[in-house]
Design a protein around this ligand. Sequence first.
Ligand code: GDP
Length: 331
Amino acid sequence: MEKAWKLLSQDAKLSPENVKEPLKEIRRALLEADVSLPVVRRFMKRVEEKALGQEVIVGTTPQMALVKVVSDELTELMGSKGAKDLEPGFPQVVLMAGLQGVGKTTACGKLALYLRKQKKSVLMVATDVYRPAAIDQLVKLGKAIDVPVFELGTSVSPVEIAKRGIEEGRKLGFDAVIVDTAGRLQVCSFTVIVDTAGRLQVCSFTVIVDTAGRLQLCSFTVIVDTAGKLQIDGDMMTELKDIKAAIKPTDTLLVVDAMTGQEAANLVKTFNDEVDISGAILTKMDGDSRGGAALSVREVSGKPIKFMGVGEKMDSLEQFFPERMASRILG
Ligand code: GDP
């Protein structure tokens, strides 16, 4: 970005001419960080409006003024306002939602440990009746951090398990109950447009889906999604809504993989429209993602990112700091 900044060094006011190139660089940086395109467009428009005409304080340079506008705007957007911790309640009931493989079950354990460190008693509830391995995984995590897990196997409905788990939590006086849910399936994780002589074709092929470190070979039909909408398994979403209605959580957290990239905006919109999330947990921030998903989450839903997952271990959960995220996104 240095070259573009140099263009600014002689001017005393930010003008359309002297911000043009640097704004282009910023736009590119945001796209490279995987912020979704509509979010980038709206963001850039706001930055431009705020920057133009801005006086440059004596002793500083115009580039400093523009950098400040951009990072202030990023920081504000990602949550200088709004609750960053869990909502209060007795018990606090946290419903976890998200696609399969994003790190939801791991995040349940991390959150449980985080609450335990605040001297709170925590119960976790396993409702993923579709994948017995997911129940086992939660039980194992619970053992490792000394947090009990309520489960009723796979023959009781998830709504019933969640309800009874909360009842159990209340009866035994737990301070917090964390409900793990089945990962929503993403029917169409990307758009394939096969453009042959101007005609769009829907095509069937085999894709290797990597969920939770295991490779699965599956055949499916790619749905060419021209409206740009993400499609998430409808039955699963209805079930999530039913669980939410039954347990009335104090928090509904969407777990988002930081590597999600451009799709984060659609993903967040879908979940927020359907179950009205109270915030998000951004996982896998220890990876090399620049974390553009963070900006998309906040911009689309207006809800805060409450925590970040920064590793596979149970103590790798951090609170979200918008300022740090802003500089990571800008690169
Ligand atoms: P779920 O299907 O959403 O419940 O996902 P899991 O909790 O099973 O996690 C999927 C994989 O991601 C596992 O291998 C986890 O160890 C890994 N994982 C989860 N959170 C993080 C994180 O913050 N950083 C890293 N590097 N790996 C993570």
